[in-house]
Design a protein around this ligand. Sequence first.
Ligand code: 2RA
Length: 338
Amino acid sequence: MLQLLSQRADVWGEIRLVASKRSAGKKLRVRGEDVLVHALSEKVFDGVDVAMFDVPDDVAREWAPIAVSRGAVVVDNSGAFRMDPDVPLVVPEVNAGTVRNRPLGIVSNPNCTTLTMMDALGALHARWSLESVVVASYQAASGAGQVGVDRLYDELEVVAGDRTLGTVAGDVRRAVEDKLGETGSPFAAPLALNVVPWAGSAQDGGWTSEELKVRNESRKILGLPDLKVSATCVRVPVVTTHSLVVHATFAEQVSVEEARTTLVQAPTVVVIDDPGSGDFPTPVDVVGADPTFVGRIRQALDFPNTLELFVCGDNLRKGAALNAAQIAELLAEELTTT
Ligand code: 2RA
């Protein structure tokens, strides 16, 4: 977030940094300057127009209303308010107008997995009505935070150099658990040399919280409360950048060429789709970039109104900080023109 605020058009006056007592007193670099970190308190929000929250759900639930009561509009990156009907859930390329309808003074930033496909799907939906989406995610370790990144690198160190690992059931798990212990991983199974079909917490019916977020948030952002959505969320040994396989069905047949043109024309989407030359998006080529990258665009052979897409997006940028910064910029524009 600090890097993005330093790189984007500077629409801000003071940027005040706020954190828990543990970090208060540190200095962090923003816009080329060292800025003091203040401890969280009610008074720290006084004079703040836009408060960008990147905290756990319970902290957001407690402190967002306090920031609003001190005069700020909150942009919240947690899951605390996303499905509240009085809180807009905003992707500027898709539903920027909803940001003005915020009776609680809070605007929510979607989950990174939903965000990875939203500007591409939004562009296609605006042209051909979307009827259903079936998604499989390939989620990076950094979706689970720094602890996830550290765990992935630690596991990779354990398995590096042993060319026998991954050939006998349980050998990778034993190697990882022998070195790193049986607890302490944010992942439900070893991630090195593996894929793990689980992200988030357990919900009714065998679903995970992450899968339900993809369904519920997509419906809200696209303004399609009855959109049929089914997601399976999978963690893969990638550091940063989520990928999604999207099976999107529209009200009418969509030609691949027209879909490609629509995606090419979408300002924040980049199409890389020449598989014959080995050109398609992959996380290691996309990480650190702002746009959503789309490739492998195909007409589903047995589903006439359905396109298959492979989508990659940096889960820390568009999937989190960038989208939040874009929302804050919408608010800044509104506050300076009204
Ligand atoms: C994950 N989507 O990747 C979550 C983070 N918000 O774990």
